[in-house]
Write a protein that binds this ligand. Structure first.
Ligand SMILES: Cc1cc2nc3c(=O)[nH]c(=O)nc-3n(C[C@H](O)[C@H](O)[C@H](O)COP(=O)(O)OP(=O)(O)OC[C@H]3O[C@@H](n4cnc5c(N)ncnc54)[C@H](O)[C@@H]3O)c2cc1C
Length: 576
């Protein structure tokens, strides 16, 4: 059942086998899979509200309105970023059922085989390798073949029977043929890739997106769809903030402390706090910011800094909140010789109303897609001086260093006149690391978030090369009559001028990971073991993006779904 608030919970004397903290991307997978066993009762506590009837998160094209500064966003802001010329930037996270999968940009990209094989290598658990995760990739995905025959994908690498819907773009755009004609003309540098979710993503291909029949497919609409919410053993409570995890006892065999009690309240600051204990396990799925935030308020983290702040340390795990890894992101746009871009849709109220009417009545038209129809994944050339001066930050030769996202207009707020083409770039194998720390003992205060974007010379160099690649792309002869002039940065800009532009305009792709990272069982660093249980404790597991030691060289939702599917099996195997 789904509850609007925790008032029923306070009165209830029901026992829960599992408590899932956060009804987001990973938490929804865990809740769904654990309740497949009717003997397992599961309580999910979610700080945000319902995902239903919120147009900006349901209509794919409106995804850029879903955050920041909305009720569905935690509305975090970063610290002043040295790599961004001292700017602080919004740092959105989903504050709604489905978590960030309810507000994200919908790109569905698994990453490369090398990314997962690195997880296996670094954790010492072959179970996290690409080959061993293929069954979980299939279990999570329900692929919808396109009705447009020009759109290509490789059916052999997809499942058509999983839970979360994945599609190809459904509304043709003027830039589709232009992007592929350029890829064909400049195929040495920008080769066509029929399917970027095969484990070998390099090249330019159709974007795959988490969309079902013209509407967003999120963890809430898929894993927590009505038929699952109706299970009598699943209890999903909204608008409920978990403030701490607490020791509930000790393991009878090992004597290790058990952390199966959680403290929670309504999501209004100052409201009374209550406790509830899981008979089997607590699963933290509060995301890369929420999970370390809860752990540190519970005294689990770097004991010295927690004590200095006035939080009683209970378990010394210095890696909590460290190792934050994220993708930096930049948009470059060009004025184009066309009227068939979506800029007019953003600034003409009549067109916008017509498009919404079409979406509402038939789920067709320009609003059924995200803003991106094609994506490119590219490596620096092997002879690049950057790779001679720095160790290769990627997970291997199948992994990209940077990404290009192709957009038929300026997303959100185009200039008052003109039509545009945008190529956004992302540094997807970053070397800089940031952190999540505390400066308050009140769990209702936001943590201090420093993603350290473009915090290394290497990351800046990769972004510079990515922008240079976009400049070569738009200079293709096939685009000569289309591209008129750059509006972001001139091709003739020096490296110094380009670096200044990057630092003044880059933001985040919103892919933080690593703040409760996995490491081998007896490692002196890391937060969770390869089975995702918290090191040195019993009864507490972490399943969300915080456990990735490295960020996948891709948008992160698919890898979270995949990891969560395997994690659910690990939990089920333990409590058969
Ligand atoms: C704006 C944006 C755009 C993105 N675009 C893309 C994209 O296009 N493609 C892609 O693949 N990825 C994208 N991502 C990233 C991707 O969505 C995330 O990596 C992924 O969803 C994270 O899953 P998670 O389970 O770790 O956390 P989340 O899905 O964020 O879930 C965490 C949940 O825990 C809840 N929570 C947190 N703290 C508490 C607490 N104390 N008590 C109770 N509940 C709590 C939150 O409200 C949330 O529901 C984007 C993310 C954002 C924010």
């Amino acid at each position: 059942a789904l509850y609007e608030n925790n008032s029923g919970l306070v009165k209830s004397d029901v026992q829960f086998d599992f408590i899932v903290v956060g009804g987001g991307t990973a938490g929804s997978v865990i809740a769904n899979r654990l309740t497949e066993n009717p003997n397992h009762s599961v309580l999910v506590l979610e700080a945000g509200g319902s995902n239903e009837n919120v147009l900006d998160i349901i209509v794919p094209f409106f995804n850029i309105r879903a955050v920041p500064n909305t009720p569905q966003d935690w509305n975090y802001t970063t610290t002043a970023q040295t790599g961004l010329n001292g700017r602080s930037i919004p740092y959105p996270r989903g504050h709604v059922l489905g978590g960030s999968s309810s507000v994200n940009g919908l790109a569905y990209t698994r990453g490369s085989k090398d990314d997962y094989d690195r997880y296996a290598r670094l954790s010492g658990d072959e179970g996290w390798s690409w080959d061993r995760l293929i069954p979980y990739m299939r279990k999570t995905e329900r692929f919808h073949p396109p009705s447009n025959p020009t759109e290509q994908f490789n059916p052999a690498v997809h499942s058509f029977t999983g839970i979360n819907s994945v599609s190809l773009p459904a509304f043709p755009r003027d830039t589709d043929a232009r992007v592929f004609a350029t890829s064909s003309e400049l195929s040495d540098e920008f080769p066509f890739n029929i399917d970027m979710n095969s484990g070998a993503p390099l090249g330019i291909g159709w974007a795959q997106v988490s969309i079902k029949n013209g509407s967003r497919s999120s963890a809430a609409t898929s894993y927590l769809a009505p038929q699952y919410i109706a299970r009598p053993n699943l209890h999903v409570v909204l608008n409920t903030m978990v403030t701490r995890v607490l020791q509930s006892g000790s393991d009878s065999k090992t004597g290790q402390p058990a952390f199966q009690t959680i403290e929670y309240s309504s999501n209004v600051r100052g409201s009374p706090r209550f406790r509830v204990t899981a008979t089997k396990e607590v699963i933290l799925s509060a995301g890369s910011i929420g999970t370390p935030h809860i752990l540190m308020h519970s005294g689990i983290g770097d004991s010295a800094s927690l004590a200095a702040l006035g939080i009683a340390p209970v378990h010394n795990l210095p890696s909590v909140g460290k190792n934050l890894s994220d993708h930096s992101f930049l948009r470059s746009s060009w004025l184009v010789n066309s009227t068939k871009t979506f800029d007019n849709l953003e600034r003409n109220a009549t067109l916008a109303a017509e498009a919404l009417e079409e979406w509402t009545t038939t789920k067709t038209g320009p609003l059924v897609d995200s803003i991106t129809s094609q994506i490119g994944w590219l490596r620096l050339p092997n002879n690049s001086s950057i790779l001679q001066n720095f160790p290769d930050p990627s997970s291997g030769p199948l992994s990209p260093h940077f990404e290009m996202l192709f957009t038929n207009g300026v997303p959100g707020t185009p200039p008052a006149t003109g039509n545009y083409f945008t190529i956004s770039t992302g540094v997807v194998s970053p070397s800089s690391r940031g952190s999540v720390t505390l400066n308050s003992t009140d769990p209702f205060d936001p943590p201090v978030i420093n993603p350290n974007l473009l915090g290394s010379e290497l990351d800046l160099s990769i972004m510079r090369e990515a922008v240079r690649a976009t400049q070569r792309f738009v200079a293709a002869p096939t685009l000569a009559d289309y591209i008129l002039s750059p509006i972001s940065i001139n091709d003739t800009a020096s490296d110094t001028e380009l670096d200044a532009f990057i630092r003044n305009h880059a933001t985040s792709l919103d892919h933080p990971v690593g703040t409760a990272a996995m490491s081998p069982p007896h490692a002196g660093y890391g937060v969770v073991d390869p089975d995702l249980t918290v090191k040195g404790l019993v009864g507490l597991r972490i399943v969300d993006a915080s456990v990735f030691e490295y960020v996948v060289a891709a948008h992160t939702q698919a890898s979270v779904y995949i990891f969560a599917e395997r994690a659910a099996d690990l939990i089920k195997a333990k409590f058969k």
